[in-house]
Design a protein around this ligand. Structure first.
Ligand code: ATP
Ligand code: MG
Length: 569
């Protein structure tokens, strides 16, 4: 490609609405342009990089034995009703109507479609296992589309769905995808760490997310440097034994006035001085239309994913002020569970057997001290409900846990038979008995991966592409295009030789100052730059430089061989 024939609209300044470095660089390097919030056009260079990521994904899926298909983006709502997700997933749907006013859904994911296809096409254990994948546009009405391609309304996903005869067989399919994902991200030059992930209401099954560590990531990962434990914070656990730490207190309950105190923090201050870890925090949630109480230690936060797992339903929300008052006759800040009748109480396991605690009295402006949880509060269920905090002990090895932010680029998930049962994807086993297929689903955000590569690999001058996904691997920069006798003649000759040898090369044939050309090449981040100028040519040499590396000089006649070696052609 010749630069003068391409469309590479680089920008000096970052557009004001780009908040994170990768989003800024995508725009500045002329890779994408915004149409509207969460909707982007891939310009030619961005599209080339995207295709390269897709190619890696496709090669690894094929290598793992998955079969490529293409499903419709437009989906009938009936299949979502059949799977039971029409209501629960409806907040992400983009819905459209046809001329007869019938509703359709722009697919946010494809479990329902693939399972319907499989229900019609596969019927014997002899045909299993099967794994189908596609690379396709997904639509999601995200609450907060942001950060460019990271969280878009329309994005490209590779989604795969495996069908097996048994749980054991499904585990093998899962492992194949896990291994394929590891290779995909490696080949993309991306450091992506598999972490244990939450499985939501489906509960109990197995799931890993592939996370790219980045301060701008929307996820938090809890990890242990010592034993390599790593989990999404939603899923993470920590070792925390509390009653042993605090000793025993048998004193009688004692109500005391706390006028104006409505936070845990305020109660820690004089004249009360009740440490946060000696307080019981009472939260009121509405679960399937009924109030429930959730008890946590004062210095802990609720992990909503664990709450969903404990309740077995995702139909829950924090109660409104009136609902809280109706349930407990007090306002937030003075809430407690002592003597509460008819409202189920879920308590975090850290509170088991604790004594000497302080909690709200269910009377505005009052608290109660000397609470012994076993004696004073009727707990319906103990569960791990708290959010892990940095510094707590690893549940596996006891060493302190750390927390860092990360970008989720992929997700592998053992689904079980939820969809095959609902949509009739059954097969007859060896004994001619009908069984639902055991499923797994596997997603990679292809467009998000592209941006994550940039987020992880850049410097003050711009992007640093790995060779595998760079829009062009080599940028040739003749320093003076007016010199068509020597400089351009050699440039054209090397350019055509490299092109013939299948090297992805762009020739910057613009009549611009070298500084301008180098700046653009660095901003876009071509991995290898080959500069041809009168000065070094006087010594028979050209300049080769890796993006961000040192300048090296090679004999002009060896340039092609050297480049071929560098790109391993
Ligand atoms: P997130 O928690 O980030 O919303 P998710 O759990 O909804 O992700 P999945 O449904 O598992 O994601 O989708 C598979 C992959 O698709 C994700 O790992 C992510 O890389 C990508 N992805 C999901 N939502 C978006 C989006 N709005 N924009 C771009 N990529 C996305
Ligand atoms: Mg999502």
């Amino acid at each position: 490609m010749r630069w003068t024939q391409a469309l590479i609209p680089t920008l000096k300044e970052s557009p004001a609405d780009a908040e994170i470095v990768s989003h800024k660089l995508l725009l500045r390097a002329g890779l994408i342009r915004k149409l509207s919030g969460g909707l982007y056009t891939f310009l030619p260079l961005g599209f080339r990089a995207l295709k390269k990521v897709e190619r890696i994904v496709r090669e690894e899926m094929d290598r793992a034995g998955a079969l490529e298909v293409l499903m419709p983006a437009l989906q009938p709502p009936e299949i979502w009703q059949q799977s039971g997700r029409y209501e629960t997933a409806s907040d992400v749907f983009f819905k459209v109507r046809d001329r007869s006013k019938k509703e359709w859904i722009l697919g946010p994911t494809h479990e329902e479609v693939i399972t319907t296809m499989v229900a019609g096409e596969l019927n014997s254990y002899r045909q299993l296992p099967k794994n189908f994948y596609q690379i396709q546009t997904k639509f999601r009405d995200e609450i907060r589309p942001r950060f460019g391609l990271m969280r878009a309304k329309e994005f490209i996903m590779k989604d795969a769905y495996s069908f097996d005869v048994s749980d054991d067989a499904a585990q093998k399919s899962y492992q194949k995808m896990y291994d394929a994902y590891t290779r995909i991200f490696q080949r993309c030059g991306l450091k992506a760490i598999p972490v244990e992930a939450d499985t939501g209401v489906m509960g109990g099954k197995y799931s890993h997310e592939f996370m790219v560590p980045a301060d701008t990531g929307e996820n938090e990962v809890v990890y242990c440097d010592d034993c390599n434990y790593a989990a999404n914070i939603e899923k993470s656990t920590s070792r925390h034994i509390m009653h042993a730490d605090l000793g025993k207190n048998d004193s009688a309950l004692e109500k005391f006035a706390t006028p104006g105190v409505v936070t845990i923090d305020a109660l820690t201050k004089a004249p009360y001085g009740v440490a946060a870890d000696r307080q019981i925090k009472t939260l009121v949630y509405i679960v399937e239309n009924k109030p429930v109480l959730i008890l946590l230690r004062g210095d802990h936060q609720l992990n909503e994913a664990k709450l969903v797992g404990t309740l077995g339903t995702a139909t829950y929300r924090a109660a409104e002020a009136e609902e809280i008052f109706a349930a407990l006759k007090a306002h937030p800040g003075s809430l407690g569970a002592i003597g509460v009748q008819g409202i189920p109480v879920y308590a975090d396991e850290v509170l088991r057997h604790v004594t000497g605690m302080t909690t709200g009295a269910n009377e505005d402006g009052f608290h109660v001290r000397n609470v012994s949880i076993d004696r004073d509060i009727q707990v319906k269920q103990w569960a791990d409900l708290r959010l892990t905090q940095a510094g707590e002990s690893c549940s596996h090895c006891g060493k302190p846990l750390k927390i860092r932010r990360a970008i989720e680029v992929g997700h592998v998930f053992k689904l079980g038979t939820k969809y095959s049962v609902a949509l009739g994807a059954n097969f007859s086993d060896e004994a001619q008995k009908s069984q639902p297929a055991v499923m797994g689903c596997y997603g990679i955000g292809v467009t998000r991966t592209l941006q994550a590569i940039i987020e992880q690999s850049n410097d003050k001058d711009g992007i640093i592409w790995p060779l595998s996904v760079a829009p062009y691997q080599v940028c040739m920069t003749p320093l003076n295009v007016a010199n068509d006798g020597i400089v351009m003649k050699l440039a054209e000759q090397i350019y055509s030789e490299l092109t013939v040898r299948g090297v992805d090369v762009i020739l910057d044939d613009r009549d611009e100052r070298p500084g301008v050309k180098f700046k653009d090449a660095d901003l876009i981040g071509f991995p290898i730059r080959l500069a041809i100028g009168e000065k070094s040519l006087a010594k028979g040499e050209v300049e080769i430089k890796f993006r961000g590396g040192e300048l090296t000089f090679v004999k002009a006649e060896e340039a092609v061989a050297k480049i071929l070696e560098l790109v391993k052609k």
